[in-house]
Design a protein around this ligand. Structure first.
Ligand SMILES: [Zn+2]
Length: 588
């Protein structure tokens, strides 16, 4: 498996793959373009052929070609690998053959079922009433095709006849994918979906993993639910499903936003009105997996809801999840109809307008709270604060948080610091506060990492500098992956073409190497002097850092009046001082 992944990566032209999504321009050693994972006006997104990696220096996205495909298409590792394997002409062998075979079989039978239902809707006599019904709801043939909509006959043995009797699939397999139910423990099976309009649930790659069946009103019986979903199976996980994601993802990526609606009908009608970046969450609260899927392609999530829902637990949860992933949330306010489906069907223009008129979620919650409670009374103000503050406390960015705190304070007519105090009370309940010396330590570490990465990039480009620089690092160790990589380069990196060098770099250090290398985007090979200076800067910083630590130890020893220890530390300090002056001398 591992070898195959490597083989596929080797045979894949990363510039070609990325280039089919992003306009790339060759700049020196790298290709450069506008990052598809965040919005930007000047390119900070790089692709490098020799390294087989991409990296955005704006948002930090980066990795190999498989990761790129996963992120941009919102698909799983396995599927990305399959697609690349096919292009590269590599036949994938799976280690867990049985699992893989079963999964393939399940997908195959779901695909056939979807085709069967779709055929019944489009061509079958039995589908006539369903076709009429959909047309009445302004879902034309083109939309039926786009969303692969189907129809399940009012029969106990539709798929049973077609998939089991005709195509020879086993009852067990159909049971496993949730298309049939069993009468009793050892009885036969029957169709689960009957007399329903079938909406296939597709994964991000377009594969059918489940269905939602909506009862056709003319066939409805009292005891049957209006909507019926596939059960959770090995293929279908409700919490990961976003209906319409496959159809919407291109627009989501381009517009960097996703409009969230509740049901299939809402989704299709919104799509038909021209808001093609719409997905449906399917009646449940937004989940972490769904946000994850969207965060790969968008920066903003638009929730559609009416004012009654403001302040609900579901919104709180959505806001929290989005904030955690650095996404912002807007609210499309439902007006002039009971849901997006009704509004968009009545007037596509009106729906588009509502989407464009969307407001920031915090504003929406504030406005709703002011409508609900009386802001002229102390009790009302207390209630408003209690409703709004928990939301504001979830805002990750401190500046943004303060802006909203000020708005709330202005509206209720108190000083901003009062509101901020309330927010802080909420936050401090949950968050551990970092002490300042810890924070300072982090800043220093970041500086060292930066300098170390710069040196790595330069050493890869000018390997002849290794000879000169290597002895300087005697007795000085650099922390982390960067340190390991520097040590490795100083020992091994000499006179190799970059792509050869990359192959030899230990796997776990390759990403750091790639990122450091891609950060060097000047067209010229750096001069010897430049490399030496970078090495000296790094060494000085490390020594300075170490000296600070030693001084702290020294202070402690003094306070304890431990003279022996003091002498010992003093000797260490002396050693470092010597080292430092030696290093400064290298610079000449
Ligand atoms: Zn980016």
């Amino acid at each position: 498996m591992e070898d195959q992944v490597e083989e596929i990566k080797r045979k894949t032209d990363i510039v070609g793959v990325v280039g089919s999504y992003v306009a790339l321009k060759k700049m020196g050693r790298h290709h450069k373009g506008l990052c598809p994972f965040h919005s930007e006006k000047t390119p900070s997104f790089m692709v490098n052929e020799e390294m087989g990696l991409y990296k955005c220096f704006g948002c930090g996205a980066g990795g190999d070609v498989i990761k790129f495909l996963m992120e941009i298409e919102g698909i799983e590792f396995r599927e990305a690998l399959e697609r690349l394997a096919e292009k590269a002409g590599v036949k994938l062998v799976s280690r867990r053959r049985d699992d893989n075979d079963e999964r393939t079989k399940m997908l195959e039978v779901m695909d056939l079922a979807a085709r069967y239902y779709h055929w019944l809707l489009m061509e079958g006599n039995a589908g006539e009433a369903a076709r009429e019904y959909l047309r009445g709801r302004k879902i034309n043939e083109k939309l039926m095709e786009t969303f692969n909509i189907g129809f399940a006959m009012q029969s106990w043995e539709g798929v049973v006849n077609y998939l089991i009797k005709k195509k020879g699939y086993s009852e067990e397999l159909l049971e496993k994918v949730g298309l049939v139910s069993r009468k009793s423990k050892d009885g036969g099976v029957y169709d689960k979906f009957r007399g329903r309009i079938m909406f296939p649930l597709q994964d991000a790659g377009g594969k059918v993993v489940g269905f939602t069946g909506r009862i056709l009103p003319s066939l409805a019986k009292d005891d049957e639910p209006k909507y019926m979903n596939s059960p959770e199976t090995a293929l279908y996980h409700k919490s990961r499903m976003l209906y319409g994601f496959f159809q919407a993802k291109k627009a989501v990526r381009e517009k960097r936003r996703a409009i969230l609606v509740e049901g299939q009908m809402d989704c299709i009608s919104s799509f038909a009105s021209g808001i093609t970046e719409t997905v449906a969450v399917g009646g449940t609260a937004l989940t972490e997996d769904q946000v994850e899927l969207l965060a790969r392609l968008a920066d903003k999530i638009y929730l559609s809801m009416d004012a009654d829902e403001a302040g609900s637990v579901a919104i709180k949860r959505s806001v929290e999840l989005a904030e955690k992933r650095g996404m912002s949330i807007k609210v499309v306010q439902i007006e002039g109809g009971k849901d997006p489906d009704e509004i968009a069907r009545k007037s596509p223009e009106k729906w588009r307008e509502l989407v464009e008129k969307s407001v920031d979620v915090y504003e929406f919650i504030m406005t709703a709270a002011f409508k609900k409670f009386d802001a002229t009374k102390v009790e009302g103000i207390k209630k408003i604060t209690e409703e709004v503050v928990p939301f504001l406390a979830k805002i990750e960015n401190g500046v943004v948080r303060e802006v909203w705190a000020k708005r709330l304070a202005d509206k209720i007519g108190v000083a901003t610091k009062g509101v901020i105090g309330e927010i802080e009370k909420k936050i401090s309940g949950k968050q551990e506060t970092k002490n300042t010396s810890e924070e300072r330590g982090e800043v220093e570490e970041k500086r060292i990492v930066k300098l170390a990465r710069r040196l790595i990039g330069l050493l890869i480009l000018r390997q002849e500098a290794v000879k000169v620089v290597a002895p300087w690092f005697g007795g000085v160790s650099v922390a982390g992956a960067e340190g390991k990589l520097i040590t490795w380069l100083l020992e091994n990196g000499e006179n190799q073409p970059v792509d050869e060098l990359v192959k030899n770099i230990p796997e776990e250090l390759r990403e750091v190497a790639g990122e450091a290398y891609m950060a060097e985007d000047s067209e010229e090979v750096p001069g010897q002097k430049e490399v030496e200076e970078a090495a000296v800067q790094l060494l000085r910083e490390i020594i300075r850092d170490r000296k600070k630590e030693i001084m702290e130890e020294m202070n402690l020893a003094r306070r304890e009046k431990n003279e022996e220890k003091e002498d010992e530390i003093f000797a260490k300090l002396n050693e470092l001082n010597k080292k430092e002056s030696k290093i400064i001398a290298f610079l000449g």
